[in-house]
Design a protein around this ligand. Structure first.
Ligand code: HEC
Ligand code: HEC
Length: 296
């Protein structure tokens, strides 16, 4: 016991000397009370640390465990059936409470975040953009649509929008005979958001299908073939579609372009990616207007 106290005193002196050498010159007593307080704190921390350490070292050396041994033992090593110390239990519950606080009230929800700032500024800018072009003229709409098209769509559809030799849809007309025949034969369900039901396969076949496909690909001009009735129940007599039932197959209406950009489209030509969230409402409308302005 005595040797430990002496050891403790030596340790205190060593730590104090170390502190003095590291930071002693800023402690001219009485000159700056903050520095004095800091020094006092350092002395207190060193003292308390050493005494607590001594207490535990002493306890490790001298304490005997007490309590009732459990029945089972492993190679002669037994286990006490003591209750959890109250302090431990409280600390355990405390950490759970603290975790709840941390997750829901503390750091993550209330702090500054770069992503949050970015989103806020983007939304602000979008709102400004939308309100600036709220009453946009037809001419500006087509101009804006062309800009968007050249950046976002031309890499696949070509700057003349003709589809780069069949790599993507020729957007100067609505739809080719082959595409119509493919949908008739195989059905389609690309536009899951706006037309969740999709189009069933086999609504027409053989010569009927050929005639209908030619009629649709030709822009629904002239007299409709008799079997067009099988299509018009969903797509409308004029082919301009019905909300929730079937899309426009006659021209690139605002609604159709918005639908295609939302869900993308995969069919016999290739894969058109979804632009969901990448273009604003005004930009989508602008692209649709641009497509109609270059249509045949
Ligand atoms: C039950 C309603 C229904 C009927 C009947 C129907 N369609 Fe459709 N059609 C749809 C739906 C829904 C879609 C959208 C499919 C998708 O989500 O990809 C569609 C898509 C299409 C497309 C592709 C449009 C695009 O943008 O690529 C064409 C072409 C088409 N239909 C032609 C026809 C023809 C021709 C007939 C008659 C033989 C017909 N449809 C009958 C519901 C119908
Ligand atoms: C990665 C290449 C790619 C990009 C980029 C792209 N498209 Fe497409 N797009 C395609 C392909 C391929 C098709 C043909 C899909 C099919 O019918 O097989 C297509 C088809 C379409 C269709 C016809 C869909 C239908 O229902 O018939 C429209 C409209 C369209 N694209 C508009 C756009 C617009 C507007 C943009 C720019 C915002 C754009 N695309 C960007 C590849 C692309």
């Amino acid at each position: 016991m005595k040797s430990m106290v002496i050891g403790g005193i030596i340790l205190i002196i060593a730590l104090m000397t170390g502190t003095y050498f590291m930071a002693g010159d800023s402690f001219a007593l009485g000159e700056d009370y903050i520095n004095d307080l800091t020094m006092l704190g350092a002395v207190a921390i060193i003292g308390i640390t050493v005494f607590v350490a001594l207490k535990y070292v002493n306890q490790i050396k001298n304490d005997k465990a007490t309590g009732e041994l459990k029945e089972e033992n492993w190679d002669g090593i037994g286990e006490y059936g003591n209750n959890i110390p109250t302090g431990w239990a409280l600390m355990f519950i405390g950490t759970i409470v603290w975790m709840m606080w941390y997750f829901f009230i503390g750091y993550p929800t209330n702090q500054f975040s770069q992503i949050g700032q970015y989103n806020e500024e983007t939304n602000e800018y979008q709102a400004k953009f939308e309100s600036k072009w709220n009453n946009i003229s037809q001419e500006d709409l087509v101009g804006m649509g062309q800009s968007v098209f050249l950046v976002q769509c031309a890499p696949c559809h070509g700057i003349d929008a003709e589809g780069i030799d069949g790599k993507a849809q020729d957007l100067t007309k609505r739809i080719s005979k082959e595409s119509v025949l493919d949908v008739i034969n195989n059905g389609a369900n690309n536009f899951k958001t706006d037309f969740p039901g999709g189009m069933p396969a086999g609504m027409a076949s053989g010569k009927d299908a050929e005639e209908i496909a030619e009629y649709v690909a030709g822009g629904l001009k002239g007299t409709a073939p008799a079997m067009w009735a099988a299509c018009s129940s969903c797509h409308g007599e004029n082919g301009e579609g019905m909300d929730y039932v079937a899309p426009n197959i006659k021209n690139y209406s605002d609604k159709l372009v918005a639908t295609v950009l939302k869900d993308g489209k995969k069919s016999i030509i290739g894969s058109m990616p979804s632009f969901d969230g990448r273009l604003s409402e005004t930009q989508v409308k602008a692209v649709a207007n641009y497509l109609r302005s270059i249509g045949e």
